[in-house]
Design a protein. Structure first.
Length: 510
């Protein structure tokens, strides 16, 4: 409605200016002084063309064709034609766009803090002194990480379709597998070869044997609380041997999992959540129990980019770390054998690890991601009432967007119409034509040469007679008595006056 109103006002403003100028242009066009100056010849029917041009599209086209674009009124005709496209092109000036606006709900939190934790102690006391076991949720996360084909991201709560949060720091689990060399030591007296990654991970095979062996062995026994800057929860070695009579192929890797801090950039757009890792930090230190806390592994020197709050503490209890190590030791100890088409796995976990040897990096990433979800979802937040990491929800609202370059379209033609008005005023003063514009009274008080009237008496009642009369060439001039008179162009006196004026004009020029 606003666009239509604006365009209507512009078109009315243009119409009032241009229509008056076109009507005034008719008087200028038929004036004798204008015709002498421009050597054009006006016809009676031109009054009709100018009148129709001031009223509509087809009349403007006819006027352009008649004047061949050589008269000032052609500008007005073009403006009339162009203004008919205002309604169509005006729709391009304004478009409705949707932008997110902050959604505020005083009764609920529209974007609560996503899952995060700053303390991990998800263990269950079994009734014996200092005997703790992992909670079932943690065991399930370990099983899923080893066996599942993929691990999902935790979905944040967003009460609208669009939410954003500040950078979110949380306890997490990191993991990595690195290739390790396999040492081969063959003994001639026993006719066997020993393959080893470390003293604890080895296998002795007869030289003539043809088989496949996959072995996993934990090495957590070498870890102590104060000897590392990382809070390792599991370290294990993997060795694969494929022995044939023609050749023997070996591969090995050393894998580790440890607690770390991860900072995420989480957002929801159009109902779809996106989680991007900003930074990882794993430097920690063991702190013995005090009256304020139990034995813990505390993270130190956390960089500012992770957006941790001042005086915040991120730590993992030593008892939960030991419980995780013991649980992983039971899963990462086993062997797979393939001899004479007979396959034997010591456990399902060993089979899953054997199938992952082609891409250990993605497997360890999947396992650490599953454990990270567990730590975030079932970990502890020391101060759960803080709102530092709550997000902001937004809803899409419609706005009117103005394409300002389209405003040039009406503004340009409004400027041209003003120029046309000034030019018409100047042309009327130059040719000594009064500002009659579209008034019909000047026509009533104008005189008509008797020769033109004589032609009218013969053709007024004849079919197409008026069309023939309209082709009569006339000129409007003011006689000595002050009367405006329509004169025919074929008078000798008029031709003599025209020649005299041309001679005088040439002399003045010289």
């Amino acid at each position: 409605m606003i666009v239509i109103a604006i365009m209507t006002l512009v078109r009315v403003a243009l119409g009032s200016i241009v229509e008056s100028c076109i009507c005034q242009g008719a008087w200028i066009w038929v004036s004798k002084s204008h015709q002498i100056r421009t050597r054009n010849r006006a016809r009676l029917e031109d009054f009709k063309l100018f009148d129709e041009a001031s009223r509509g599209f087809l009349g403007s086209l006819s006027l352009l064709w008649r004047l061949k674009g050589l008269h000032l009124s052609c500008i007005g005709a073009l403006i009339i034609i162009v203004t008919h496209g205002f309604e169509t092109f005006s729709q391009q000036m304004f478009v409705y766009v949707q932008r997110p606006t902050v959604y505020i709900n005083e009764t609920s939190r529209p974007a609560p803090t996503p899952f995060r934790s700053d303390y991990w102690d998800n263990v269950v006391h079994r009734g014996f002194q200092d005997v703790y076991s992992l909670a079932l949720s943690t065991k399930s996360a370990v099983y899923s990480g080893i066996l599942a084909a993929q691990v999902r991201d935790l979905e944040p709560q967003c009460h609208t379709a669009n939410c954003s949060w500040p950078v979110l720091p949380t306890l997490a689990v990191c993991g990595r597998c690195v290739p390790a060399p396999v040492k081969v030591d063959c003994m001639e007296d026993t006719r066997s070869c020993t393959f080893s990654v470390s003293p604890n991970t080895n296998a002795t095979l007869p030289e003539a044997a043809e088989l496949d062996i996959f072995k996993v062995n934990p090495v957590n026994g070498s870890l102590d609380a104060s000897g590392h800057k990382k809070a390792y929860l599991s370290m294990f070695e993997i060795m694969t041997i494929s022995k044939r009579a023609t050749a023997t192929h070996t591969s090995a890797a050393q894998c580790a999992l440890w607690f770390c801090l991860k900072a995420y950039n989480i957002s929801v757009a159009d109902g779809r959540s996106q989680q991007t890792l900003v930074r990882t930090w794993d430097e920690s230190r063991f702190e013995a129990a005090t009256s304020a806390h139990s034995d813990e592994h505390v993270f130190l020197g956390i960089p500012d980019i992770m957006n941790t709050q001042p005086k915040s503490r991120y730590s993992v209890s030593d008892r939960s770390l030991k419980a995780l190590r013991a649980f992983f030791d039971s899963l990462t100890s086993g062997i797979f054998e393939h001899v004479s088409e007979v396959v034997n796995f010591s456990s399902d976990w060993i089979e899953a690890m054997w199938r992952a040897t082609a891409d250990l990096d993605s497997w360890i990433e999947k396992l650490s991601h599953s454990l990270t979800n567990e730590v975030r979802e079932h970990g502890t937040i020391r101060d759960p009432y803080k709102t530092d990491y709550e997000g902001s929800a937004s809803k899409l609202a419609s706005y009117v967007h103005v394409k300002w370059y389209w405003m040039i379209y009406p503004a340009l033609f409004l400027t041209i119409s003003l120029y046309y008005l000034v030019a018409t005023i100047i042309a009327g003063a130059r040719d000594n034509v009064s500002a009659w514009k579209g008034d019909s009274l000047p026509m009533l008080f104008s005189r008509i040469d008797p020769r033109i009237l004589a032609m009218g008496s013969k053709k007024m009642d004849v079919p197409k007679g008026l069309d023939d009369l309209g082709k009569s060439k006339v000129a409007l001039a003011k006689n000595n008595d002050g009367y405006w008179t329509f004169e025919p162009h074929d008078s000798g006196r008029e031709q003599d006056e025209e020649d005299n004026n041309l001679v005088l004009g040439a002399l003045e020029y010289l």
